[in-house]
Design a protein around this ligand. Structure first.
Ligand SMILES: Cc1cc2nc3c(=O)[nH]c(=O)nc-3n(C[C@H](O)[C@H](O)[C@H](O)COP(=O)(O)OP(=O)(O)OC[C@H]3O[C@@H](n4cnc5c(N)ncnc54)[C@H](O)[C@@H]3O)c2cc1C
Length: 475
């Protein structure tokens, strides 16, 4: 067993979308960056995914990472419409959505190529095993070469854990007097299963992505049809409460058997994965350490979409790291700015995130909505989608924006919902709590010492949400 030691400004663990965005931006800010990735270089980016992105993310990459995207072969298809179906399929909410299906593998390859081009050192086939802790600071990591088994130590001023939904480091970061959230609750771990199927006949409509809300198949989550091409469909089930990937697979096979578009279709790629479907970590930083992407739970809890958020999270880490290293303060206090940036508290004006992606406050609001909707019966969801949730509201709500509407409209809804007023009232309360939680993130504490008080207020909003959703005795 050979031990070598190397020194960097920044070590990024994981060459996914979070890790690559972080590494590229950090290298462009003149940091000396190492990326540690357990996969072999040629397999980076090959991931089970719905492959759907908001197209504004591509514009953001061009403008803020200053790279020319989309690169050849990275986009399979562009679409402009999303349909969301109620469980009984009688209500269909249509929203305009400028989105694209990416070729996940090629997209990941393009990003890692760019990271190497801007000077990052890639340790591929290298498994990050544990953090190196010195004087209550993370000062590096231990890595194992997947091919030879040799172990080395890499040292750095800051380590970023961008290693995805089952993080290499996050759970092992237990520093004295730190507010870093190292563990997330099991109930927030949602699973997902998806297949890419080659269809026997081209689709009649390959221009629309479809979401089907369903307790029957998705246990409080949904299943999706995202066309990759005219005769290729990305179909999956996600964000349910209790289903594991094997029961999701069983359910997906039932959906496929019941829908004639899949007759004689062939599976091209299949697999499952885990998603941290919740608010992002209450604090993303510790001494010498930051988290980005799935490892930081930076994901839309309603949809499970996290590619854009992960790139945003990685980019923010690079900004904060460069600044902290320049100032010579990489302590939790010195890196605290990351919490403010992600919460949308301050300093993100020049990062292009205001339209294209969403902030921590919106993510928490979306989490409250998820908690509520996951615990409604199909009957209630059918009623709500028929009587008081409209297309224009839906897209805003799923991005964590509580919707307000004119008085007359409210009256009309009230009249339509008279047979289920308790549901309407609960729904209204959730919209109110969504607004409240967003406002709370707008006053995310500027320094760590004010964090415990802020956290108490956050917990109180969650507690009320559980109560309104009928879950209070189960948490
Ligand atoms: C089934 C499914 C469907 C999804 N569909 C969509 C979708 O349609 N649209 C969307 O926006 N999002 C979707 N998501 C979510 C999205 O894929 C993630 O939010 C996003 O990939 C997070 O990026 P990341 O860089 O944080 O993590 P990842 O992309 O998972 O990257 C983490 C990297 O770290 C590496 N790694 C892990 N452990 C170690 C270790 N010990 N040492 C070294 N390297 C390590 C991994 O190999 C990987 O390359 C989906 C997720 C799932 C599971």
């Amino acid at each position: 067993m050979k031990t070598i030691t190397k020194e960097y400004d920044l070590i990024v663990v994981g060459a996914g979308t979070a890790g690559c965005a972080c590494a590229i931006h950090a290298a462009k800010k003149d940091l000396n960056v190492a990326i540690v990735e357990r996969k072999e270089n040629k397999n980076i980016g090959d991931k089970v995914c719905g492959d759907l992105i908001d197209y504004r993310m591509i514009d953001w990459i061009n403008k803020y990472l200053k790279l020319k995207y989309p690169k050849k072969g990275t986009i399979n298809k562009r679409m402009n419409l999303m349909e969301t179906y109620s469980p009984d399929k009688r209500s269909i909410l249509k929203t305009e959505f400028n989105c694209a299906m990416i070729n996940r593998h090629k997209f990941g390859q393009a990003l890692i190529d760019d990271a190497i081009k801007v000077g990052c050192k890639l340790y591929d086939s290298s498994i990050c095993k544990e953090p190196v802790i010195k004087d209550n600071f993370i000062s590096g990591i231990k890595i194992k070469d997947a091919k030879t088994g040799s172990v080395s130590t890499l040292r750095s001023k800051i380590v970023v854990d961008a290693s995805g939904a089952v993080p290499a480091l996050r759970k092992k970061i237990k520093l004295k007097d730190s507010f870093f959230e190292s563990n997330i609750d099991k109930k927030d771990e949602a699973f997902s299963y998806r297949e890419i199927r080659k269809l026997a006949k081209p689709l009649k409509d390959s221009e629309t992505s479809k979401i089907f809300i369903s307790s029957e198949y998705a246990d409080g989550g949904y299943y999706w049809y995202f066309p990759e091409k005219e005769d290729v469909m990305n179909i999956g089930i996600g964000v349910g409460r209790h289903l594991d990937t094997s029961s999701m697979k069983e359910n997906l096979l039932k959906i496929v058997a019941d829908d004639p578009i899949f007759k004689d279709s062939k599976v091209l790629h299949a697999g499952g994965g885990m998603l941290p479907a919740r608010k992002h970590l209450d604090s993303l930083v510790a001494n010498g350490f930051m988290c980005a992407g799935d490892s930081a739970s930076q994901i839309n809890p309603m949809s499970g979409g996290g590619i854009a958020q992960s790139m945003m999270g990685g980019y923010m880490c690079a900004n904060v790291a460069a600044d902290a290293i320049k100032k010579g303060n990489v302590s939790e206090h010195g890196l605290w700015q990351l919490n403010l940036l992600y919460a949308d508290r301050t300093g993100r004006e020049d990062m292009g995130f205001n339209n294209a992606m969403f902030d921590g406050g919106s993510q928490a609001a979306s989490d409250l909505l998820k908690i509520f909707t996951q615990n409604q019966s199909d009957k209630n969801l059918n009623f709500a989608m028929k009587n008081f949730i409209e297309s224009s509201m839906l897209s805003k709500m799923s991005m964590g924006n509580a919707s307000t509407m004119p008085f007359l409209k409210k009256m009309k809804i009230l009249a339509k919902s008279i047979t289920n007023l308790p549901l309407l009232m609960k729904f209204n309360r959730i919209l109110y709590l969504m607004g409240k939680v967003k406002s709370l993130y707008n006053i995310y504490p500027e320094t760590p010492d004010a964090f415990p008080e802020w956290k108490k207020r956050l917990d109180a909003i969650y507690e009320e949400t559980y109560k309104v959703s009928g879950l209070i005795n189960k948490v």
